[in-house]
Design a protein around this ligand. Structure first.
Ligand code: SF4
Length: 79
């Protein structure tokens, strides 16, 4: 049986907060908590990085993924 995403029964809106301050901070935290118990976290994160997604994917928000991309680019440049 294929693993099921932890967000399957959640309101999709939870993963697409408006902004990154105020109530959105709590929303992002809650969405990330769902991701943390997801068996698909790694593949979900990779897909989000490749597609430049908005919202919470693979336990990360857009800022997290921007940071990851910057670090990867820096590593590549240093290699
Ligand atoms: S890691 Fe991806 S598939 Fe899993 S709960 Fe989070 S958004 Fe859904």
């Amino acid at each position: 049986m294929r693993p099921r995403p932890a967000c399957e029964d959640e309101d999709p809106e939870l993963f697409f907060p408006t902004g990154t301050t105020g109530m959105a901070v709590l929303q992002i935290k809650e969405a990330k908590a769902v991701c943390r118990r997801c068996p698909l976290l790694e593949s979900c994160l990779q897909g989000a990085l490749e597609r430049d997604e908005v919202g919470v994917w693979g336990g990360t928000d857009e800022d997290d993924r921007r940071g990851m991309k910057r670090r990867r680019a820096r590593k590549r440049a240093a290699a």
